[in-house]
Design a binder for this molecule. Structure first.
Ligand code: CDP
Length: 208
C-alpha cells in the first residue's frame, strides 16, 4: 500500500506521515530531506544555491545515508531547499530514488509536495494537508523557539509565505493537490485529531 502525503511548509505533514507509517507498519520517507540535503551539499562545497550545475551534480551524487543529519532541519535550510527544488533537472535526478522507495514490497508512506502528482500518481491513498499560514507559522515558531532560536514570528511567517509561493509557482512539479487527493485542513485540529482524521480518510480510500 502506498500512501502519499503532500502539503505546504510546516503543515504538519511530516509528523502525520510518520504516525500513519507507524500505524500501518510501513517505511516512511520525508522527501523534503532530499532537497534539503542537496542544498546542504551545494553550499558545503562552496557553490551558490542558484548554480544549476552544482545542484545537479549534488543531486546525482546524493548519499541517502546522510539524511539523518540534524543540520537538515536547521534554520534557513527549508528556504535553501526550495531554491534547488525549483530546478527541473534536480527533481528528475531525485525521482528514481523516491520511486524505488515507494515500490518496496508492502509499500511505503512518502511526504512532500509532489508525491500524489508526480512521484506516486497511482498511490492507494493521497492526502493534501493544509492549515492557515498564520497557524503553520505559529507551529514552526514554537518549534524553533524551543530550540533557543531567537527568530521572530513575523520572520517565520514571511519565510513560509515566500516558500509556498515559490513551491506552488514553479514550472516543474509545482505543489498542488492531486485531483484524487483528500484535503485535510488542520488549522483547528491538534496532531491526535489530525491523525484520526487522516486514518479515516485512508481507510475509506483503501476500503478497510
Ligand atoms: O518541513 P517543511 O514543510 O518546512 O519543508 P520540507 O517538506 O522539508 O521541504 C523543504 C523544501 O523542499 C520545500 O519548500 C520544497 O521546495 C522542497 N520539496 C519539494 O519540492 N518536493 C518535495 N516532494 C518535498 C520538498
Amino acid at each position: 500500500m502506498i500512501i502519499a502525503i503532500d502539503g505546504p511548509a510546516a503543515s504538519g505533514k511530516g509528523t502525520l506521515a510518520k504516525r500513519i507509517a507507524q500505524h500501518w507498519g510501513l517505511p516512511c520517507l520525508d522527501t523534503g530531506l532530499l532537497y534539503r540535503a542537496v542544498a546542504r551539499d551545494v553550499t558545503m562545497r562552496g557553490f551558490k544555491l542558484t548554480d544549476a550545475w552544482a545542484a545537479l551534480a549534488q543531486a546525482r551524487s546524493l548519499d541517502p545515508s546522510t539524511l539523518d543529519d540534524p543540520l537538515l532541519r536547521g534554520p534557513g535550510t527549508g528556504e535553501a531547499a526550495s531554491i534547488v527544488a525549483s530546478m527541473a533537472h534536480v527533481r528528475a535526478a531525485l525521482l528514481a530514488y523516491q520511486k524505488a522507495f515507494a515500490a518496496q514490497p508492502g509499500g511505503a508512506v512518502l511526504d512532500g509536495r509532489d508525491i500524489g502528482t508526480v512521484v506516486c500518481p497511482h498511490a492507494d491513498a493521497k492526502i493534501f494537508v493544509t492549515a492557515r499560514p498564520e497557524v503553520r507559522a505559529e507551529r514552526r515558531f514554537s518549534e524553533r523557539r524551543a530550540q533557543s532560536d531567537p527568530v521572530t514570528f513575523e520572520a517565520v511567517l514571511a519565510d513560509i509565505q515566500r516558500r509556498d509561493a515559490r513551491d506552488a509557482g514553479r514550472e516543474s512539479a509545482p505543489m498542488r493537490p492531486a485531483l484524487d487527493a483528500d484535503l485535510l485542513e488542520t488549522s483547528d485540529l491538534d496532531i491526535e485529531q489530525a491523525f484520526e482524521a487522516a486514518v479515516g480518510l485512508i481507510k475509506r480510500k483503501i476500503g478497510r
